[in-house]
Structures are given as C-alpha cells and as structure tokens.
Design a protein around this ligand. Structure first.
Ligand SMILES: [Fe+2]
Ligand SMILES: [Fe+2]
Length: 142
C-alpha cells in the first residue's frame, strides 16, 4: 500500500494494524517459549520477528520518508512534528539492529526480549501519534 493510503487516517491505521498484529503475536510467542526454557525455538522466533519488522513496519517507514514526509516538511509548522516521526523510525530500526546483532552474537535472549517488547511500545506510540496527526490534517488543523 502506498501513496494515497498513507494520507487517510483510516487506511493508514489499517497498515499499522496489520504489521502490529503479527509482530505482537510473534513477540508473545517468543516470550512464552523463553519462559518455558525453549531457548532454541525462542531464538528462531525472535529472528523471524526481526524479519517481520524489516518487511512490514520498517519498509512502511521508508515509504513514508521517501514521499509523504518530504511533502509535509514543506510546511514549516508541520516540519518539527515530522522530524519527531523520523526520529521514532530511527529508533525502531535501531532496536531491530540491536536484536539482530545480539541474536548473531549469541547474547542473552532476555536482553533481546527487552528490545522486542520495547519495539512494540515504541511502535504503538509512533502509530498513535501519526494517526492523530493525520486526523488533524483531515480536520484542517494544520
Ligand atoms: Fe511512521
Ligand atoms: Fe505510518
């Protein structure tokens, strides 16, 4: 989904929801596998989770930044808000990178899990803020 779908609150919300649903399920699955001592399976699930975030949320973020955000930043009033959104994207990518590196290095899965849960929270806050902002655009606030 691209272009016009990003500019409408309802369709943009559905894009966020689709990515978050599977991401939440994989995170919860990894957490329960880890809690029951099934570390090999937990590690594999966390690797699948990283791939999922790369292919969905991080890809969506790139798409936003390569078109829609650039247009928005032409409005000086809106620019600081968009810069904040870009910072959220940067942190989300950073979290996935941390997870991938820690998995590769065989670091503690508890640590990887903290990043996985952090990503979920970060994503929720980012999506809510973006959707609220789009609603404001639709209402003509900006
Ligand atoms: Fe975004
Ligand atoms: Fe978005």
């Amino acid at each position: 989904m691209s272009g016009p779908a990003l500019r409408k609150a309802d369709s943009h919300h559905l894009i966020h929801l689709a990515a978050a649903g599977e991401g939440t399920d994989l995170t919860m699955l990894a957490k329960s596998l880890l809690a029951s001592g099934r570390t090999e399976e937990a590690s594999k699930t966390l690797a699948v989770l990283c791939e999922h975030w790369r292919e969905s949320t991080l890809e969506h973020a790139k798409e936003e930044e390569s078109g829609w955000y650039l247009e928005l930043m032409e409005n000086e009033d809106v620019k600081p808000i968009v810069l904040g959104f870009r910072r959220d994207h940067f942190l989300m990518e950073r979290f996935v990178m941390e997870m991938e590196q820690k998995l590769q290095q065989g670091d503690s899965l508890d640590e990887v899990m903290m990043y996985a849960e952090g990503f979920l929270k970060l994503g929720q806050i980012h999506s809510k803020s973006e959707e609220k902002f789009i609603s404001q655009l639709e209402e003509g606030v900006w």
